[in-house]
Design a protein. Sequence first.
Length: 175
Amino acid sequence: MSTDEKHRSAWLPPRWFIRAAWWFHRRLYAAGGARFLRRPTAERAGMLRLTTTGRRTGQERSVIVSYVPDGSSYVTLAMNGWADPPPAWWLNLLANPDAVAETVEEGTQRVHAREATGPDRERLWELLAASDDGWGELDDYAVRRSHPTPVVVLELSDQAEPLAQEGPGEGGQVS
């Protein structure tokens, strides 16, 4: 079996399942707020709620993403369930990199997004792969895409102060 065949044989759940999981995460957050966000451990990534500004609508859009901490920053991948098109939240961040991230540990913080490049990207890619949260086979899944998967760094903004907590009924939409 060639390397390309091996990479392409990495199993992914059906697209309907991935979309259902995203829907479930949003509803779970809407019902119970941040207490349902997972804390990162040495063995697995955490989950955070990322709120961006819609690039076309200007409205707030929220999504739950997996992340690993890197110092005071959060690192994630701009992927759309490993589908080829970029996720809407990443397109929103490209248009306006200022956003809000909510984690169990830190609460709600203002962040500024950037794409990691060069040696920084390679280091962070390895950090993500080591989290063994389904990302252990990053290279196997990434080869399915027609373009490199952006490694997104969410850095605390200069005015990084905890924001007032939103009510649990604040569900998110993706745009």
